[in-house]
Design a protein around this ligand. Structure first.
Ligand SMILES: *Cc1c(COP(=O)(O)O)cnc(C)c1O
Length: 358
């Protein structure tokens, strides 16, 4: 018999089973057309409806004002590392970045290829195990770039900095996981494959006054203005990923939206962190007040128990909890679609493991 798999993968991450079913049906017979979603024109009425709905549901869930545009683009969050400075960083100005881990560092490196960058705060001194807080945001920078959730190190911003300059936020791994005032940001981007859909599409939410900030002559595909004008259909969009994102967000909305998922996510994270804090064999790596409620990183006090812990979890159907090489140990990613039952399976195993090997 096949054991039930509990998928703790950091990304691409778990999606709701109902959404998988809808997605597979759309591949065979989309909206009863007798055609697959994969073989129809993106300009067809059926698909334009998908794109329109996929854009409007973002505005609803994030409670965005009319001064925002929603885009679905290719290239991953990694392309946004470059597109953000390419579009927002002026020749004479500079951008302020907060370095909270691998992804933030990559964003900094890309921005440095476009213009001047000032890293105004960093937690690199302690292997990115905390979120820097007391830093001054320069009032003359073109924008401030932050990362809301650090997928690899398991830290998360709980209180966003108050800023007088435009704030750009990489929300790839915690968008739609908790209530956030999205209207405080000038630009939000998120690769879909952590918490909102499959790989292949990136969400960009951009405030209209961020368009046309620089005079450099831009490649069309890298120009936000071009994608806004084309309503995310300047070229063939990632049709299938956008559809799966839409179905995932409809699933979220139908179940009670952000307020519901935040409650679930809090319950899951508190259950797991409580086990880590009370279990004598394990310890968490992130500073307590900055712990991520999406990616939970923990280690064994005795590394010699690792092989047997890995065998035990595998036998219980637990998948994807191996930590990233830059932290080691374990990382349980408990994205929106992960049921609390799967987290309970993990905490029960940790409890039993402590009785046997403590
Ligand atoms: C995964 C991740 C990225 C990179 O996403 P790609 O879509 O693979 O380019 C960037 N930022 C964060 C916070 C991530 O978790």
């Amino acid at each position: 018999m096949l054991t039930k798999i509990h998928n703790f993968s950091a990304g691409p991450g778990i999606l709701p089973a109902e959404v998988m079913k809808k997605a597979s049906e759309a591949c065979i017979n989309f909206k009863n057309s007798g055609l697959s979603l994969l073989e129809i024109s993106h300009r067809s009425k059926d698909y334009v409806e998908v794109m329109d709905e996929a854009r409007s549901i973002i505005k609803q869930l994030l409670e965005l004002g009319n001064d925002y545009e929603v885009l679905y683009l290719g290239g991953g969050a990694s392309l946004q590392f470059g597109m953000v400075p390419y579009n927002l960083l002026s020749d004479s100005g500079y951008a302020a970045y907060v370095n909270t881990g691998t992804w933030a560092s990559k964003a900094i490196q890309e921005a440095q290829k476009i213009g001047r960058v000032s890293v105004i705060a960093s937690s690199e001194d302690k292997n990115f195990s905390y979120i820097p807080k007391k830093y001054t945001i320069p009032s003359d920078a073109d924008y401030l770039h932050i990362t809301s959730n650090n997928t690899i190190y398991g830290t998360q911003i709980k209180e966003f900095p108050k800023s007088n300059i435009p704030v750009v936020c990489d929300m790839s791994s915690d968008i739609f996981s908790r209530k956030v005032d999205a209207n405080q940001f000038a630009l939000i981007y998120a690769g879909a494959q952590k918490n909102m859909g499959p790989a292949g599409v990136t969400l960009v939410v951009i405030r209209k006054d961020m368009v046309g900030r620089t005079t450099r002559k831009k490649l069309s595909m890298l120009d936000y203005a071009v994608h806004i004008k084309g309503e995310s259909m300047y070229n063939t969009p990632p049709v299938f990923p956008v559809y799966v994102v839409l179905e995932t967000l409809k699933w979220l909305q139908a179940n009670g939206g952000i307020a519901w998922i935040e409650k679930m996510n809090n319950a899951k994270a508190e259950l797991l962190y409580n086990e880590i804090d009370t279990n004598p064999l394990f310890y968490g790596t992130a500073a307590k007040e900055d712990r991520s409620y999406m990616n939970v990183c923990f280690l064994l006090h005795k590394p010699e128990l690792e092989t047997i812990f890995e065998k035990t979890t595998k036998e219980a159907g637990i998948s994807g909890i191996k930590g990233h090489r830059s932290v080691g140990g374990y990382r349980a990613s408990i994205y929106n679609a992960m049921p609390i039952e799967s987290v309970k399976v993990l905490t029960e195993i940790m409890k039993e493991f402590a009785i046997k090997h403590g």
